[in-house]
Design a protein around this ligand. Structure first.
Ligand code: FES
Length: 146
């Protein structure tokens, strides 16, 4: 039921770890399943994401989507990173089972939270970035409506 890419990113997750003195750190959780995700960004002076790491206390799909999400934002500008949606992550993984779609929201929201933290610390504005939710459970309910 999981694609090969999901299994690969679950078994060999990319970019696991932490970044000391990260430019931005974002932590989000899902109160319903209890899973937690933290993303660290290292952003250079040109607002390019030089490095990214993640840590998760979450299910296999959360690990795989976070791994892919970090691969997709690495090397991008902070503005471009904002466009890496959970749908883009799922497409890059060749899909997720419907009951696991909500797990991909953790990665997207954790990236947004880390971008928000970066923007606040450096006093910059990232166009289109909304204040992240610390608990994505609400958003998940909306996603489940269709
Ligand atoms: Fe909680 Fe997957 S079940 S993130």
């Amino acid at each position: 039921m999981y694609t090969e890419k999901v299994m690969d990113h679950f078994e060999n997750p990319r970019n696991v770890g932490e970044i000391a003195d990260a430019s931005g750190v974002g932590t989000v959780g899902n109160a319903k399943c209890g899973d937690i995700m933290r993303i660290y960004l290292d952003v250079d002076d040109n607002q390019i994401i030089r490095d990214v790491k993640f840590k998760t206390f979450g299910c296999g799909a959360a690990v795989a989507t976070s791994s892919m999400a970090t691969e997709l934002v690495k090397g991008k500008s902070v503005q471009e990173a904002l466009l890496v949606s959970n749908k883009a992550v799922m497409e890059a993984l060749d899909g997720l089972p419907p009951v696991k779609v909500h797990c991909s929201l953790l990665a997207e929201e954790a990236i947004h939270a880390a971008l928000w933290d970066y923007a606040e610390k450096h006093d910059i504005k990232i166009e289109g970035l909304l204040k992240p939710k610390l608990d994505i459970h609400e958003e998940e309910e909306e996603e489940n409506e269709y």
